[in-house]
Ligand binder design. Structure first.
Ligand code: B12
Ligand code: SF4
Length: 430
């Protein structure tokens, strides 16, 4: 049985040179490879770094699909099915829209793949695939085997592997696919198991692929304390509430944290209230940032524009906030209603979704009618914000609070400055 698992690329990636992408490897593929029954031969293809051979030989092809990659997944799935190869789709998008996914596949797996994957492979071998493999109860994470990273081309990534400690998030922001996929569940692997996996890493830099590494402060403290002797450097996403716990923050710094990607989402208290972003207390933003910076930790802030409470003034105000607080880097996202989220249901009900070309659901396009902007204004204003933030003058205004991990500041800023021009050009072409 020859199984091929593919992570299709978003449309804008497909024609890029694939030798050394500034990206992270997709963990779903090596995890599914690890739970593939013995006897089946598995090949992994991440289209972000490798072309998909349309003539490849396989007895089963599986695709890991996000909303932005769904059109490409469907295109490739249709192709392999036309060659008589059975196709199964899984991941966050097919889990939200299984009926749509079934139009391009023989089977859809809803939710976490580990629960069903061995049966899927056996059913495919017996030519008796079910149409839907329904959401199974959430797995105890200690049962998930280590991902088969050896099956991906390590040299093509920024880091060859990521580490996951937790799944889900204790919060449930209305726009977020994580809360729609996991509900409000928040599970974690045993710290000893995580440490064992990290010890096997040769690289000093670790990237945690968690949505919110510090959602359980006691667990995070145990993890950070156990990390200290390993002398790694690490970055992760986490919520701003890390700043409210000095012990947690100290342990993070001592365990090698050099940067955190933090979803501020907005500087407007009205927006924060409307999206249900508990824990982001606007009035404490400055103080929280100061506390994190004081430990030598860089912050990449993530902000979203286009909420109903946002007005055109929200964007320059946010850019000022970013400069005044000297954030090392930022992502400015256009609000994107991912299928399955409360935001999607609300905007759909109000008839405000104007574009269902899923390839545009990448936070870089406006696919709905915002309340206080035209779609074009929002699109252009976000580019304006990026230009205001990523230029040499702003680089000086946002100069790091200390020279610790200065290379992170340079890599992030020059990387964005280079990428921005390209993205803007691509957007004008759309
Ligand atoms: C790490 C990460 C990245 C990395 C790596 C991406 C990658 N290809 O995996 C990088 C930084 C490159 C990235 C980029 C993007 N990301 Co991202 N990313 C994540 C993050 C934080 C973790 C993903 C992860 O590794 N999870 C661990 C693995 C094990 O879980 P999993 O992928 O869900 O797979 C499980 C199941 O879904 C299922 N499954 C998955 N695939 C398959 C396939 C089959 C056949 C089967 C049976 C089952 C199955 O089984 C797996 C094991 O349980 C998630 C948040 C999240 N929790 O999902 C966001 C997330 C997936 N990203 C998101 C987005 C929007 C993007 C971007 C489009 C834009 C952006 N920059 O944010 C780009 C797209 C780039 C691309 N190459 O496709 C959204 C997707 C929303 C949606 N509905 O589509 C998420 C959910 C974040 C969010 N809160 O909204 N991302
Ligand atoms: S805190 Fe972040 S990961 Fe958690 S639900 Fe909100 S946006 Fe999603």
């Amino acid at each position: 049985m020859r199984v091929v698992l593919i992570a299709p690329a978003p449309a804008s990636y497909i024609w890029r040179k694939k030798k050394a992408a500034f990206t992270l490897p997709p963990m779903a593929l090596p995890i599914l490879a690890a739970v593939t029954p013995p006897g089946a031969e598995v090949r992994l293809i991440d289209e972000a770094v490798e072309d998909v051979d349309l003539n490849l030989d396989a007895d089963l092809v599986g695709f890991s699909v996000m909303t932005a990659t769904a059109p490409r997944a469907y295109q490739l799935a249709d192709h392999f099915r036309s060659r008589g190869i059975p196709v199964v789709l899984g991941g966050v998008h097919p889990s939200s829209l299984p009926e749509e996914a079934l139009q391009h596949s023989d089977a859809v797996v809803i939710g976490e793949g580990e629960s069903h994957w061995a049966s899927v492979v056996k059913d495919a071998a017996a030519r008796s695939l079910k149409r839907i493999y329904p959401n199974a109860p959430f797995l105890p994470l200690e049962e998930v085997p280590p991902p088969r990273w050896d099956l991906l081309p390590a040299e093509r990534y920024f880091v060859p592997r990521t580490v996951q400690v937790t799944r889900g998030c204790p919060m449930s922001c209305s726009f977020c696919s994580v809360s729609s996929f996991f509900g409000r569940t928040y599970r974690h692997r045993p710290v000893a198991q995580v440490i064992e996996e990290i010890e096997a890493h040769k690289k000093r830099l670790l990237i945690f692929a968690d949505d919110n590494l510090t959602g359980n402060a006691d667990l995070a403290k145990e993890l950070f304390a156990a990390l200290i002797p390993l002398q790694k450097k690490w970055v992760s996403q986490c919520s701003l509430s890390i700043a409210d716990d000095p012990e947690l923050l100290d342990l993070a710094a001592r365990s090698g944290c050099i940067g955190l990607l933090i979803g501020f989402e907005s500087i407007s208290p009205d927006v924060l209230k409307s999206i249900g972003k508990r824990g982001n207390l606007h009035r404490q933003y400055r103080e929280s940032i100061r506390k994190i910076h004081a430990r030598g930790i860089h912050i990449q802030g993530s902000f979203i524009f286009g909420f109903d409470e946002d007005t055109p003034e929200s964007i320059p105000a946010t850019v000022r906030f970013v400069k005044e607080n000297r954030l090392t880097g930022v992502n400015y996202c256009r609000l994107t209603p991912f299928p399955g989220t409360k935001l999607y249901a609300d905007l759909d009900r109000e008839g405000r979704i104007i574009d269902r070309d899923w390839s545009k659901y990448d936070r870089q396009n406006v696919v709905f009618r915002p309340r206080h902007f035209t779609p074009r204004e929002l699109q252009d204003q976000v580019f304006w914000a990026y230009r205001q933030t990523y230029n040499l003058r702003s680089l000086w205004q946002r100069r790091p609070f200390s020279f610790q991990h200065f290379s992170l500041y340079l890599i992030l800023n020059f990387g964005y400055m280079k990428g921005l021009k390209k993205v803007e050009k691509e957007s004008i072409g759309k």
